[in-house]
Design a protein around this ligand. Structure first.
Ligand SMILES: *Cc1c(COP(=O)(O)O)cnc(C)c1O
Length: 411
């Protein structure tokens, strides 16, 4: 950062502090990961400067030969990686990708059936606080009270009466596999489009360690920065016949120029995801998440839905008399970064919550395995239970620091 240090030492210092924070803390946020340096280089490249609207071969600015080559490469890699007919790599984020899908085939006021936010869904799936809910009429499905797994009968029943034009699957805090085939059948029966938002699990799908929604869905959206371990940004895959409509909804419909530096990072991330060691990384991500669930269970915590099939674990803290809020703050004070999360049918408010969400992607990317997970669970338990004992917390902060030093991130 030699130029930045010269032009703006203040910002350079803050960036350096952030790098130190990442190195010296354990990142258990399920939606984060440690991308390789090559991704950051692509994002910080001169492609940041190119302004271009449109698509390869049909731009509204000159000087696009390299931008065109880049976009063609990114699209081909995305299609190959996920076995998709069509890919659009221009969306700025996951939410803008979802908005584009809705507006590509629906009219304002149309009906969408999606998973309820408080049961694991996402804001952009029509939560009342999201603008998506102002444009379309949403109904929600949730999880069964006992198993805490998606209530597929409820999806069928609501679809029967509500007659949605689109059904959305995909979630932010659901630790189980989703039966895409079954939801696709319900959608087909009612002539509804089927969108799967695989933002969280795209890396697990790319690595082939969990089933892919691509064969079953009309549209699949995802972000590149979660399990996929790329930079920020959104991507949409769709069936061949929907490609033209979708592309027009992104540009000129909802975006102007796209970010080619981000697109370069997406292309790199797709390439890395095709390599054999990416599969191993995703396998270990699953094993580490399962280990978190087992170890917390052994220590008397309830795991929502009884376990996990993916990269995340939702912990119910009530058996320990804790709230998500206190757990999050306590863990942050010792260098362990998680987020509080509502659990299904939570009686606490969303800013307090009865749960925390724990993700294995980032610690797996920095090389940690089950031995380290077991060690982490032990110190997390001790920290949370002793959240008012500064002597205990100080010792744990030292343990965390030591563990981080053993697993440096950017070599
Ligand atoms: C993270 C997430 C997104 C959000 O993507 P942004 O890049 O924050 O816009 C969308 N959908 C789901 C299911 C997510 O988990």
């Amino acid at each position: 950062m030699q130029y930045l240090k010269q032009d703006d030492p203040e910002v350079a210092r803050i960036i350096q502090n952030e790098e130190e924070r990442i190195q010296n803390t354990l990142d258990l946020i399920a939606a984060e990961n440690h991308a390789p340096r090559s991704i950051l280089e692509a994002q910080g490249s001169v492609f940041n400067l190119k302004a271009a609207e449109g698509y390869p071969g049909n731009r509204f600015h000159a000087g696009c030969q390299h931008a065109d080559a880049l976009e063609r490469l990114a699209v081909e890699r995305a299609k190959h990686l996920f076995g998709a007919d069509h890919a659009n790599v221009q969306p700025h984020s996951g939410v803008s990708a979802n908005l584009a899908v809705y507006f590509s085939v629906l009219n304002v006021g149309d009906r969408i059936l999606s998973m309820q936010l408080s049961h694991g869904g996402h804001l952009s799936h029509g939560d009342p606080s999201s603008i998506t809910s102002k444009c379309f009429e949403f109904r929600y499905y949730g999880v069964l009270p006992e198993s805490e797994r998606i209530d597929y009968d409820q999806i069928g029943n609501i679809a029967e009466s509500f007659k949605p034009q689109m059904i959305v699957a995909g979630a932010s805090s659901y630790s189980r596999l989703i039966d895409y085939e079954r939801i696709a059948g319900i959608a087909r029966h009612g002539s509804a489009y089927f969108l799967v938002d695989m933002a969280h699990i795209a890396g697990l799908v790319a690595g082939g360690v969990i089933p892919s929604p691509v064969p079953h869905a009309d549209f699949v959206t995802f972000t590149t920065y979660k399990t996929l371990r790329g930079g920020r940004g959104g991507v949409i895959l769709c069936k061949r016949e929907l490609g033209k409509k979708l592309d027009r909804t992104i540009f000129p419909g909802g975006q102007g120029t796209t970010a080619f530096n981000i697109m370069a990072a997406k292309a790199v991330c797709f390439k890395l995801a095709m390599e054999e060691n990416f599969k191993d990384l995703q396998k270990q991500t699953l094993r580490n998440a399962a280990c978190f669930a087992d170890e917390f269970h052994k220590r008397g915590y309830r795991i929502v839905s009884g376990g996990t099939d993916n990269h995340l674990v939702l912990l119910d803290l009530r058996s320990k008399g804790l709230t998500g809020d206190i757990a999050e703050k306590t863990l942050e004070s010792v260098g362990i970064i998680v987020n509080r999360n509502v659990i299904p049918n939570d009686s606490e408010k969303p800013d307090v919550t009865s749960g925390i969400r724990i993700g294995s992607p980032a610690i797996t990317s920095r090389g940690m395995g089950e031995t380290e997970v077991a060690q982490m669970v032990k110190i997390m338990d001790v920290a949370m239970v002793n959240n008012e004992n500064s002597q205990v917390l100080n010792q744990i902060a030292k343990d965390v620091e030591e563990l981080c030093k053993k697993f440096p991130i950017y070599l």
